[in-house]
Design a protein around this ligand. Structure first.
Ligand code: ARG
Length: 464
């Protein structure tokens, strides 16, 4: 068992149960690249400022690079008795280069070190997630372009409401993921802050150059208050919130795909490669991928609750509770990215079933509002028009007819204002073409929206 760095103060060795209880190396080892980058920048700064000898800094940098190679290649032995990623690496450095390695931790604490590692890690994760979200948006645009003239019933309360274009429906999801990406871009600014140099909590008594370290590590800003810097995990909570909304959007889309793939709807055919069968029922083709995405949303919402709860009762400044930020964050990053990638590829291979959607638009009186609007154009106040069309629909229900199956005489029985030209308005295509307000489903509007979405996709990026 290794002697602890704090051994000087202690008479008893750490209980093995406590070692198992307090260790984080089993999960925070994934921060090693960032931990080493932070240490290299710190060591270079210490030498530039004359705080440690140049030769020592050179030995530290070389030693750390070799350790990074060893970890990359799986040649590093992680030790639980060395508690976390920071002490494992520092211990190994001293083992390799001796005295010089022991100078690395000058003017630094694990408190500012871990905050730095977490921020560097999360910056990379946000950029990767953003790029996955971009792929997903590409898939939505592919669907919108490829099946531009496909029409389906739009729903409210899961009841037939008004007909819409398939690309309009796809672009509705595009908007959700656009907001997600804008949120990530904004959250990124608050992650992109360098806390190193805050030391334990009060700053350092050495003549450190924080600005140099900031530049070396590629952060855009320096933390302004050393106490806040070591105790702040708002950036973790904020990211998990952004990720939760991504999951909620994915889950809603999943729910639609599951419904649409059912025999009752049959609006889409999911790719075989993204479905699984049943071990007993030979006919089954199950939508497991969207189901799992919907299910995994629970994990991420759980992580959001966890981080909020961890933070709520903490006094200034660093408290060990903060170690509990890692597993929820790591699990969130892994889960969300995987779900976005699966959705992007599954959607690409999904085929909308034009025939089934078209058939569905024929039921449910989807153009009832159009008939009311038609009466308004003839001078009838909207409320009265609504009442009249309500009676027409009730009549249709009683007689097992659709609106367009009524004769002009039948219609005139409800309002003398109704003329032959109303039938054009009762058609699905007529209804869609009339919805020409900005943001509406008329083909011209949707075409403009598609072009705008494509341009946005080309121009949006995080960082730089
Ligand atoms: N493993 C710790 C964490 O993740 C590192 C910081 C430990 N600092 C301390 N004062 N014990 O939070």
């Amino acid at each position: 068992m290794a002697k602890k760095p704090w051994g000087g103060r202690f008479k008893e060795a750490t209980d093995v149960l406590v070692e198992r209880f307090t260790e984080s190396v089993s999960f925070d080892r994934r921060l090693y690249k960032y931990d080493i980058a932070g240490s290299i920048a710190h060591a270079r700064m210490l030498a530039r400022q004359g705080i440690i000898p140049k030769e020592d800094a050179e030995a530290i940098v070389k030693g750390l690079e070799e350790i990074r190679d060893a970890i990359d290649e799986g040649r590093f032995e992680w030790r639980v008795d060395l508690e976390d990623v920071h002490m494992n690496i520092e211990h190994e450095l001293s083992r390799r280069i001796g005295e010089a390695g022991k100078r690395l931790h000058t003017a630094r604490s694990r408190n500012d070190q871990v905050a730095t590692d977490m921020r560097l890690y999360l910056k990379d994760e946000i950029i990767a997630l953003d790029s996955s979200l971009k792929d997903l948006q590409e898939s939505l645009l592919y669907q919108a372009r490829e099946y531009f003239d496909c029409v389906l019933p739009g729903f409210t309360h899961l009841q037939h409401a008004q007909p819409v274009l398939w690309p309009h429906h796809m672009l509705a999801y595009f908007e959700q993921f656009r907001r997600d990406r804008e949120r990530l871009k904004d959250a990124f600014k608050r992650v992109d802050v360098c806390p190193l140099g805050s030391a334990a909590l009060a700053g350092s008594d050495f003549p450190i150059d924080r600005e140099f370290v900031r530049r070396e590590l590629g952060f855009s800003a320096l933390s302004r208050n050393s106490m806040d810097a070591v105790s702040d995990r708002d950036f973790v909570a904020e990211f998990i919130f952004c990720a939760s909304l991504v999951m909620i959007h994915l889950s809603r889309l999943s729910e639609e795909l599951i419904l649409w793939a059912s025999d009752e709807f049959s609006f889409v055919e999911l790719p075989d490669s993204f479905c699984t069968g049943s071990s007993i029922m030979p006919q089954k083709k199950n939508p497991d991928c969207p189901e799992l995405i919907r299910g995994k949303t629970g994990r991420v919402l759980g992580a959001l609750t966890a981080i909020m709860t961890i933070l709520k009762g903490l006094p200034m400044t660093y408290n060990r509770d903060l170690q509990e930020d890692k597993e929820p964050l790591f699990d969130t990053c892994d889960t969300v990215r995987l779900c976005v990638d699966v959705m992007a590829r599954m959607l690409r291979g999904t085929r909308p079933r034009r025939d089934r959607m078209h058939q569905a638009t024929r039921g449910g009186f989807l153009t009832a509002t159009d008939l009311a609007d038609y009466l308004v154009e003839k001078g009838v106040p909207f409320r009265s028009a609504h009442e009249i069309v309500g009676q027409v629909v009730a009549y249709c229900v009683e007689n097992g007819k659709e609106l367009w199956e009524l004769s002009l005489d039948e219609l005139k029985g409800f309002s003398q204002e109704i003329e032959e030209d109303c039938f054009e308005r009762l058609s699905i295509q007529g209804s869609i073409e009339k919805r020409n307000s900005f943001g509406g489903t008329a083909p011209g509007r949707v075409k403009d929206a598609l072009e705008e979405a494509e341009a946005w996709l080309r121009s949006h990026s995080i960082g730089e």
